[in-house]
Design a protein around this ligand. Structure first.
Ligand code: GLC
Length: 474
């Protein structure tokens, strides 16, 4: 069984005190998105997609990526890729071998909180140094011609060319000064020039677009690429004729990849069933009122929503009330990580020994009662299930809008949540079957979700390759 198909083990009845039971029933009511509500959300999502395709600067930005046409799987060559926007910064050397095959060599580096919120120039200098070190290690430091690099920059960028764009806002905890309103390619290229690193950035790509391309390299019927990880987003292939806001030069292409920036869906708060726990998270985040959908479905936030519920119960004397219980760790922001939820949901033991261990080891919560273990597990289930169902609604919207028929389509997905969170995929399928009842009998063969490995690395290389192809045909 691959990691992304590991199933959760639902907890049975809580059997707590009447107050605890009542709280949990009310919580379940608030965090459950039933079929009817999910259909409303899906309908609104499709309406918003169409608006975003037709008018600039809409909430659902629907950004043309300038990646035209489809891949054949026969693309070949050596490309450098740079991936910024996930957990780590990565430099990758990709060799495309044709027939959907590739090899990669890569290096990872951490981006410190200081770099994430300092001047953009410092971040670019750091990245240039990382690239320089990698090239030296790979004996690529002394080349006659600059090496072509595909830059996966996983933030909302309004593109104006395949290698140009303007950062509209930071997301996912980044907040460097001197970057919003500027072109990240020019900023990084400047650092590379200053440091004499022989690299030319030829493509700028969102991670979702990269994921779509890397999936398409192996599965030509790929319709969309999604990231369900620290952040969440999707890209899909749209007909040029549907992109009403496209005013640029004529293109002979009939299709273009659209970066949806779906994390911003419903920033207006008209349809999503937000609870006080979500509002609290939003208010205390570095980007209040934005990325509302992302905050309900992504790895960066799910643990914090769970923690908000737990602390609310603690305030009402419904959880961790034993004298001497140390509640310092659980009281601090972002101390309950989404990875804890994965371990907790997977725990199928009778005595919930993993749940106990997670609470003890990571949060110093000891002498936890069985009822409390069940409560914590149930909170994780509710928050995790809601996330997967909402993500499923986004996927259904893409499929319905693009009129997927019974032949079906491939959806490449990357990201820690999809890869490691138990039942995330099967919960998405349940939602998809509810939202596409005509296909419910064969949903897994029609909406073919699959893990797209290294969309950011291989996808950036493929985009650099598409950029070559486009430049050669003008
Ligand atoms: C955030 C970014 C988006 C990216 C996603 C996944 O939503 O705004 O560009 O694709 O995270 O990394």
């Amino acid at each position: 069984m691959s990691k992304h198909t590991i199933e959760a083990n639902p907890v049975g009845p809580i059997n707590g005190s009447p107050e605890q039971n009542a709280y949990m029933e009310e919580l379940e009511r608030q965090l459950t998105v039933d079929t009817e509500k999910l259909i409303d959300i899906k309908n609104h999502f499709i309406t918003e997609m169409i608006k975003g395709l037709n008018k600039p600067n809409h909430t659902l930005a629907m950004i043309p990526s300038y990646v035209e046409g489809r891949l054949t799987g026969e693309e070949k060559g050596h490309y450098l890729a740079l991936d910024l926007g996930g957990t780590n910064l990565r430099v990758v050397l990709v060799t495309l071998e044709g027939q959907g095959k590739f090899k990669t060599i890569s290096t990872k580096a951490r981006v410190s909180d200081e770099l994430k919120s300092g001047p953009m120039r410092n971040l670019c200098d750091y990245i240039a140094d990382c690239i320089d070190t990698f090239l030296t290690e790979q004996n690529l430091g002394n080349v006659d011609e600059d090496l072509a690099l595909g830059f996966t920059f996983s933030f909302p960028v309004l593109q104006s060319k395949i290698n140009r764009g303007i950062l509209t806002t930071w997301t996912k905890g980044f907040n460097c000064s001197g970057a919003v309103g500027k072109d990240p390619v020019l900023l990084l290229q400047d650092a590379l020039l200053r440091k004499h690193v022989p690299v030319k950035i030829t493509a700028l790509v969102n991670d979702t677009v990269g994921t779509l391309l890397s999936n398409a390299y192996q599965k030509p019927n790929t319709l969309a690429g999604l990231i369900l990880g620290t952040g969440s987003n999707g890209a899909y292939i749209e007909k040029m004729s549907n992109i009403g806001k496209w005013e640029k030069e004529n293109t002979t292409a009939h299709e273009m990849v659209i970066n949806m920036e779906l994390g911003a869906f419903d920033n207006e708060r008209t349809i999503l069933p937000l609870t006080r726990f979500d509002n609290k998270l939003d208010r205390k985040s570095i980007n209040p009122h934005s990325q509302i959908f992302e905050k309900l479905i992504s790895g960066m936030y799910l643990g914090e929503i769970v923690r908000n519920v737990i602390t609310d119960m603690m305030d009402r004397n419904l959880l961790f009330t034993q004298p001497g219980q140390s509640t310092e760790a659980i009281s601090a922001h972002y101390q309950f990580e989404t990875s804890f939820m994965s371990s907790i949901e997977a725990d199928g033991s009778k005595d919930l020994s993993t749940v106990r261990e997670v609470l003890d080891t990571n949060l110093n919560l000891t002498n936890v009662t069985d009822v409390e273990l069940r409560i914590v597990k149930r909170i994780c289930e509710l928050v995790g299930t809601r996330a997967a169902r909402l993500a499923g609604a986004a996927i259904a919207s893409i499929a319905i809008h693009t009129k997927v028929d019974r032949q079906g389509a491939d959806f490449g997905i990357d990201g820690s949540l999809y890869e490691f969170y138990p039942s995330f995929e099967s919960r998405m399928y349940t939602a998809l079957a509810e939202l596409m009842p005509d296909y419910a009998d064969d949903i897994r063969n029609i909406i073919r979700l699959g893990l797209a490995r290294d969309g950011s690395g291989v996808g950036a290389a493929l985009t650099a390759c598409v950029a070559d192809r486009m430049f050669k045909t003008v």
